[in-house]
Design a protein around this ligand. Structure first.
Ligand code: SAM
Length: 276
């Protein structure tokens, strides 16, 4: 039952009782580089590795490749929260944005800075907690956080910060895990009943940590997201449900795949606006 996720969790719990520090240690131990989680050395170091990483990022996230227009950020002040290895941040910078990337971990700041430098891209990269952004109010035209804010210990605090640093009329996009996804329920039941983790005190929420990245990995419904973002003064303009590139349920016919992903995929994407 041991795996890289469980080992990173144990390490974080041995080192501290601080909730956000546990989150940070988890991601320092297993930085997001799109390489196998079980690979000993997951760090990208050279220019060809960095360009492969951007390719993997777009190929691995088909919704983004098909729907998200990085060129719309040209000459705008953009912020990526939780930049990981910096693939999206490099795409923002390459498309002419005045870009800032932040992440909770030293590892991500280093990898993103190396990635930008290797490709001669200008951006600010800073270590920062999404729950306590250090930027003045109304600093950015667009805020982007792909697969990040559900990993923080207090997602609502992150949403408040997103709203605060966004200019009136500014836009944003967040992707978090979707509660009504097949993955959440099927993998959850497999863990609880198949692996017997229910007898060790796990529930549907906590068992996700056995097979999902992050010290925290919250899953949200669209209704919850609309309410939470609304309470922070952000108006959702569009919801999409999507999934990664790999086939969702292997035994089912391929033609069902897009439909399953569109309705019960694991990723829910909220695009929003801060009213002017
Ligand atoms: C799943 S990775 C996603 C990375 C990148 N957005 C991507 O799609 O490749 C989650 C990232 O969020 C960062 N993170 C988690 N909690 C954070 C917080 N409170 N503030 C800033 N970054 C955070 C982690 O360090 C990690 O780099």
């Amino acid at each position: 039952m041991d795996n890289a996720f469980v080992r990173a969790r144990k390490l974080a719990e041995e080192k501290t009782t601080d909730r956000q520090e546990r989150n940070r240690i988890w991601w320092e131990t297993l930085p997001m580089t799109y390489r196998s989680w079980e690979e000993g050395d997951r760090i990208v170091r050279d220019a060809s590795g960095f360009s492969a990483l951007e390719h993997d990022y777009l190929e691995g996230n088909p919704w983004m490749k098909a729907n998200y227009d990085f060129s719309a950020a040209k000459e705008k002040d953009t912020l990526e929260i939780g930049c990981g290895a910096g693939a999206a941040s490099c795409l923002f910078a390459r498309n002419g944005a005045r870009h800032t990337a932040v992440d909770l971990t030293e590892q991500a700041v280093k990898i993103t800075s190396d990635n930008a430098k290797a490709q001669n891209l200008a951006m600010r990269v800073q270590r920062m907690d999404a729950e306590k952004l250090e930027f003045p109010d109304n600093s950015f035209d667009h805020v982007f956080a792909w697969g990040v804010l559900h990993h923080s210990q207090d997602t609502m605090a992150c949403f408040r910060q997103v709203s605060r640093v966004l200019r009136p009329g500014g836009t944003g996009l967040i992707m978090v895990y979707y509660k009504y996804s097949i993955r959440y329920w099927v993998r959850g039941l497999q863990g609880l009943i198949g692996k017997g983790l229910i007898f060790k005190g796990y529930n549907m929420q906590s068992v996700q940590g056995y097979f999902t990245d992050g010290y925290y990995q919250r899953h949200f419904s669209k209704t919850e997201l609309r309410r939470m973002l609304g309470e922070c003064g952000l108006k959702v303009t569009n919801f999409s449900v999507s999934h990664m590139k790999s086939k969702y349920i292997r035994p089912l016919p391929t033609f069902m795949d897009p439909w399953l992903k569109r309705n019960w995929g694991w990723l829910v994407i909220a695009e929003f606006k801060k009213p002017a």
